[in-house]
Ligand binder design. Structure first.
Ligand code: ADP
Ligand code: MG
Length: 319
């Protein structure tokens, strides 16, 4: 199979909302009037971000999902993507499953694949995602204000638990195992939440490197500090079991575990009810976990009010 057969067979699909899609030297798109273009890139490297034997359908999903998550955090509507692939070899079954996983999620979000690059090399998957947001309405990291509530969507730490299971560091009961592996391998980007939050939130970020590390980006960009309540953080039931060992694992997964792809956002108190009202239609828990205060850094308080020490903040490829 030639490079061009491969692109045609697996990565060329109809693109009715694109002026010119795959097949020329560049794609052409028109941004809707009054909209800003939001662009983000995320790369998944085999052996670093995922095991090389990961199910290719799930990998296709995740490659796009992590990018959609970035647009969700900006409050942007996803529209287009490019996909750059470095592959050790062209296996039909692998490519078929990968592209099915990719396009199933793309179709669910109305995203059109408009181009990319394909080369031979170590397995490396890179998407650039493009979306639209009304001028001036994007959710930035820099908008948090003193007095804001800090909110988190979904449940934290499931993906980190799923990874711990794959690495034989925990033995999860069957029910939790399915949930945590799905959280790790097929994260659901919170696009609808991000769009709804444009009206309410002051700032937002997606949690990819752990809550503490990602919240810190909001704090640094906004020049504010945070107080978090550990007992309020939404955790899966497995992590709420008693025991010192479990407490350490829970803290690690919930505070610093990577790959959650939930949204962390801040909003004024006056918006509490409107934000709570989003949870039911989105089928997504939304939890108030703390507040923005003046100063620097993030204080984490235990149920008794004492300040907790945190060993590791989050994942950093160069730390
Ligand atoms: P060029 O030689 O100009 O870089 P390529 O031969 O790399 O062009 O690609 C040919 C066409 O196929 C281009 O339109 C490019 O955007 C598209 N393309 C290449 N790889 C992919 C891919 N993995 N997914 C989608 N489109 C791709
Ligand atoms: Mg090229």
């Amino acid at each position: 199979m030639s490079e061009f057969d491969l692109i045609r067979r697996y990565f060329t699909r109809p693109t009715p909302n694109t002026n010119l899609g795959v097949g020329d030297d560049a794609a052409l798109m028109t941004v809707s009037p009054g909209m800003e273009l939001a662009v983000s890139t995320d790369m998944l490297v085999g052996g670093t971000h995922f095991y090389l034997d990961t199910d290719p359908r799930q990998l296709g999903h995740k490659t796009l999902a992590v990018n959609l998550s970035d647009l969700a955090a900006m409050g942007a509507q996803p529209r287009w993507a490019t996909l750059s692939l470095s592959l050790p070899q062209a296996h039909d079954d692998w490519l078929q499953a990968f592209s099915e996983g990719f396009f199933a999620l793309a179709n669910a979000h109305g995203v059109e694949l408009v181009g990319g690059d394909t080369t031979r090399g170590p397995l490396n998957l890179c998407v650039t995602i493009m979306g639209e947001v009304p001028q001036g309405q994007a959710l930035r990291r820099s908008g948090a204000q003193v007095g804001d509530d800090i909110w988190v969507s979904g449940v934290l730490g499931e993906a980190a638990l799923g990874l711990a299971q794959l690495q034989d560091r925990v033995q999860l009961p069957e029910s939790e195992r399915q949930t945590c592996l799905a959280a790790l391998q097929q994260p659901q980007p919170r696009v609808a939440l991000g769009l709804a939050l444009r009206d309410f939130a002051h700032s937002a970020i997606d949690i990819s490197d752990g809550l503490l590390a990602d919240l810190k980006h909001i704090l640094d960009s906004s020049g504010v500090a945070a107080e978090l309540r550990y007992e309020r953080l939404p955790k899966c039931s497995f992590l709420t079991a008693s025991g010192v060992e479990m407490a350490v694992l829970a803290q690690d997964c919930v505070l610093s575990g990577g790959d959650d792809y939930e949204l962390c956002f801040t909003a004024p108190l006056a918006r509490r009810e409107q934000i709570m009202a989003l949870a039911a239609p989105l089928h997504l828990p939304l939890t108030r976990v703390g507040k923005i205060v003046s100063g620097q850094g993030c204080k984490l308080r235990a149920a008794d009010g004492s300040v907790m020490k945190v060993e590791k903040e989050g994942y950093d490829h160069f730390a």
